[in-house]
Structure formats: C-alpha cells, structure tokens
Write a protein that binds this ligand. Sequence first.
Ligand SMILES: NC(=O)c1ccc[n+]([C@@H]2O[C@H](COP(=O)([O-])OP(=O)(O)OC[C@H]3O[C@@H](n4cnc5c(N)ncnc54)[C@H](O)[C@@H]3O)[C@@H](O)[C@H]2O)c1
Length: 438
Amino acid sequence: MIAKGTKIKPAEGKLGVLIVGLGAVATTFIAGVEAIKKNKSKPIGSLTQIGRIRLGRRTEERNPLIKEFVPLASLNDLVFGAWDIFPDNAYEAAVKAQVLKSEDLLPIRAELESIKPWKAVFDPNYIRKIEGPNVKTGKNKKDLADQIIADIEKFRTEKNISRLVMIWCGSTEVYITPQEVHKNIKNFEKGLETNDSSIAPSMIYAYAALKSKISYCNGAPNLTVDIPALQELALENHCAISGKDFKTGQTLMKTILAPGLKARMLGIDGWFSSNILGNRDGEVLDDPDSFKTKEESKLSVLDNILQPELYPDLYGHLYHKVRIHYYPPRGDNKEGWDNIDIAGWLGYPMQLKIDFLCRDSILAAPLVLDLVLFTDLAQRAGMKGIQEWLSFYYKSPMTAPGLYAEHNLFIQEMKLKNTLRYLMGEEQITHLGLEYYE
Ligand SMILES: NC(=O)c1ccc[n+]([C@@H]2O[C@H](COP(=O)([O-])OP(=O)(O)OC[C@H]3O[C@@H](n4cnc5c(N)ncnc54)[C@H](O)[C@@H]3O)[C@@H](O)[C@H]2O)c1
C-alpha cells in the first residue's frame, strides 16, 4: 500500500494525452481545454480545476483549490494524440459532432486542425453500426498492438513528452464476458498471436498502453481492462487502470437521488429510465449487443446503493428498467425521463418525475480532463492497478475482486478527497465533529 504523505514526483514536462476515438466527447474535451487555455471559457464541471478540498478542522478554514493542493499537470502542458476510424482532424470531427457552436470552435481552429488521428485498430464484429477507412491492417493482433506502440513512441519523441495517459473515448463495443484468453497475460499474449476472437480492439489499445508503461482509463462500458490478464500487466508495469463508463446524465442523477431517498428510508417500487439521443454514440447503441454492454453498466447502480437484501421491505420488489432510443433530430442533446415510484409512511405511494434535458459531451468532457490529470498524479505517486478512488467518475466502477462497487456519488466523492488528503499527508475527514462541543 502507498504510504501516507508519499513522495510524489513533480509534474515536470509535457503530459501526452492518448485518446482512442476522436468523436463528440474527445473533441469537446480538447476544444474546452484549448478555450480555457486562451481564457475564453471557465472549466465548469471539472473538480481538478475549480474544486476545493477542506483540510483539518472546520475552524481552520483551510479550503485550497485541489489543483493547488496536489501537484497536477498544468493545462498548458497537455499534448493530444488520437486514433479514429475516420481521418477527420479534431476540428472537422468537432464540427460533425455538432456539440459546440462555430463561434466557440473558430478561435481554436488551428489547434484542433493540428490533431490528425492515427489509423485505428478496428473490428466490425465489436462495433457494428459504423465503419471508416482510417484503419490499420496487420498479420495478427500482436502486430496491431505493435503498431499502436510504434504510434505512441513516435508521438512521445516528436512532441518531447515526459509522461503519458491513455483514455478510451471510442464507441461502445458489443457485450462480452471474460474467457480463458483473458485469464492471465500468458494466455492473452498467445491470443494476440493466434488472433483470438475474444480479444476486443479496446483490449489491444490497453495492452499497448500498459506494455509501454502507460496508465489507462476506460470511458465506455467495454470489458477491456476488467480482465485478470491486463490487471496483471498493469501491476507488473506499475500502471494505474480505472473504469468503466463515464457517469454523466441519467445515471449521475440516479446516484445523486437514490442515496437521498434511501437515507430517509423511503421505499422505491419502480424506476423507469428512458432517453432519446441522436449522436453517433446513440447510433452505435442502437445495436442490441452494444446496448447490452451499456444496459449492464446502467442497471448495476441501484442494487448496490439500495441494498435490497438488507432492506427487503423498501427495495425488495424494485422494478428497474433502462431504455435508450436512437433519435437523430436530438443529436448530442439527450433528453432523459425518469419515473420513480416511491413509497412513504404506511406504504402510501408517491411519484417523482425527472425530465433532464442534458448535453452528453458537455457533461463528459470535464470528466475526461479530471481522469487524465488524476491518473497522471496516481502514476507519479507510484499507485498501480485498479484505482477505486476514481469511481466518482464511472457508472460501473472497477474494484478489487470480491469487493462490491460503491455507487453512491457522495461516498465516492469522500473516497476521492480522502485519497488526496492521504497522499499529501493530511488527516482524513470523518465529519464526526464532537470535539466542537466539548
Ligand atoms: N457522452 C457521455 O455522456 C458518455 C457517458 C458515458 C460513456 N460515454 C461513452 O464514451 C464513448 C464516446 O462517446 P461519444 O459521444 O464521443 O461517441 P462518438 O461516436 O461521437 O465517438 C466515438 C468515436 O470512436 C471512434 N471509434 C470507434 N471504434 C474505434 C476504434 N476501435 N478505434 C478508434 N476509434 C474508434 C468512432 O469512429 C467515433 O469517432 C462512447 O463509448 C460512449 O458510450 C459517453
């Protein structure tokens, strides 16, 4: 275990951000960083940029900005590289994604145009609804992994980069479960040579990153690093891994509301979530097998928060349903409806309706920034393997085997902040506070 107040290497030099998938989320993230660097916008939604952390007793009034408390990389030191199956540069991709207005994109056009995606590792069996020409060919999956490693090394040298983090912002792959080839790194490497069909493209990228001693974050619900083989490699090469699936719209609301209802011991009989979205993500999720990956990720949340086994009278019969509908006219501006049937004193029923008119990539972009910066911090602090303290950002947080995932946003926030306090040698905050009344 990392020691309290451990020595963290300084954030010197450039931090390379390797992004798989230069679509709506990735371009909104990059454009945001460039706009913030030019002082044209504020980093709203980013804990690393505007969040503060309380230290010590309440009376001490120490509330530094997180970015001043822990040694994070500066936005000016970020350098972006990406892979995509479409050859569009980041400006063209951002225009096509239709998330940001041209008045926001034009001032940073040159910076975005300079980011041209490398050829992708793609398999139409894993993502069925889209195809593009910017794709690598190779004699087997090992060869494809080697090509990714070569892209990374070229980028590292050409841009004079001192550290790197890889983050998956690509589409959602079809649902798969762990197989023999995923059991250990020996099987996995053999599977790369023999083109084992259970090795997904996302695993090839993650393998290439970990092999290059680069940490990996998984923004989609794909299985990727949730397999023993890549977890073994992460530990062996001292890399941090985290995932899965950015927690943004409807699920974010669920993990804010459900803990509150439960704290008041209100029952929940049913929770129906439905949403419409029309971006490329929605198109990919229109494939039932990709939707299944997403559905698994979204469904696990309530059970964990509500603990029906401990509270059978309140949550034993909860009916939870999640639907996503691809509806092109809405583009990235998703609308999500939740109907929640709750029960109060003497079982009297009540209903709660939420209509969340959100913007998918606007909610996801600051999460990408925070994950990149915190993962780089973890690397420099010598933290390796699964980073459960980053579960704050994910719908399906990864945990050590046998541990249930913590979904309650407020517990996740406390875990994240206490981890930062621990790293910096500060006391944990328990919120006990009895000492103020003695
Ligand atoms: N926006 C959100 O709120 C949110 C929340 C949680 C998860 N996610 C996930 O984040 C991912 C990105 O979302 P988005 O809205 O940007 O989608 P998008 O479709 O706009 O972008 C994904 C990009 O990945 C590319 N891609 C697909 N397979 C690839 C491969 N093998 N290699 C390289 N590139 C590949 C696609 O061509 C596309 O440009 C999706 O998996 C989505 O489910 C998004």
